[in-house]
Design a protein around this ligand. Structure first.
Ligand code: BTN
Length: 246
């Protein structure tokens, strides 16, 4: 049952890693791990994720349907970003948007990162959604993304209860998981387009094999980003970092 089983820690290495181990021991759909501090928080592209006290660090286990189309895996972090952006707007009455692939921005700066991981145990297809939100913590100074990162505290000047945000995020995620299970892919994609701060922007894409600049035109049916190049040809990107230039 979604959200029924929540494992809470004061300090842990990584909530994604802890949830992976719980899943391997049989934890089911909707199991959640939350920690006040992470000492080995994992970011995308094998980066580390600073996770001091004051942030919301949580991971959610999702079991996909037997007939789930694996090409749609990319929708899971995208819809999670929409859930977080919606929850932030609702809780704090501020604007938030999603940035491709998995970030949530407040005033153009990253306040949340999402790490989606797949795993197979006992023939079950599971996904871990790892959500990291800078809430009451200040962003670490002097690291490569300091200038483009922020926290709710820095944007609103107020400290807030993590419990309320957690609760709202879980409701928002549950709603979108139900939509995913019902095959409402187009609605999920349209919501991402509406909340997107990326579409319509000139961007630099740093993929595993190449780096290029272009105009972010749209996302495709699997959540990959479609970039229009200067010669009007298009490139479709499913992995990489995206920097907004505007
Ligand atoms: C990114 O690089 O933007 C993704 C960051 C994801 C961080 C979260 S914090 C909770 C969960 N546990 C982890 O180890 N990572 C994710």
């Amino acid at each position: 049952m979604f959200g029924r089983k929540i494992f809470r820690y004061e300090t842990i290495g990584s909530t994604n890693q802890a949830l992976r181990e719980l899943a391997q021991e049989g934890a089911g759909h909707g199991t959640i791990v939350v920690s006040k501090i992470q000492t080995k928080g994992k970011g995308r592209m094998t980066r580390t994720w600073e996770s001091p006290e004051g942030g919301l660090w949580m991971s959610i286990l999702l079991e996909t349907e037997e007939n789930f189309d694996n090409n749609k895996f990319g929708l899971i972090p995208l819809m999670s970003g929409c859930a977080v952006a919606t929850a932030i707007m609702h809780e704090y009455n501020i604007e938030a948007c999603v940035k491709w692939p998995n970030d949530v921005l407040i005033n153009g700066k990253k306040a949340c990162g999402i790490l989606g991981e797949l795993l197979n145990t006992d023939g079950k297809q599971l996904a871990i959604i790892g959500i990291g939100i800078n809430v009451n913590n200040k962003v670490q100074e002097g690291y490569e993304f300091s200038q483009v990162s922020t926290s709710v505290l820095e944007e609103t000047g107020k400290k807030n209860k993590l419990e309320n945000l957690e609760e709202t995020i879980l409701q928002e995620i549950k709603h979108r998981i139900d939509m995913l299970a019902a095959g409402k892919y187009d609605e999920l994609l349209d919501e991402w387009r509406e909340l997107s701060g990326t579409l319509g922007q000139r961007v630099i894409i740093a993929g595993p094999k190449e780096m290029f600049e272009g105009l972010a035109k749209d996302i495709d049916e699997n959540g990959s980003l479609i970039i229009e190049m200067n010669d009007k040809s298009t490139k479709t990107v499913n992995v990489g970092d995206c920097t907004h230039l505007d």
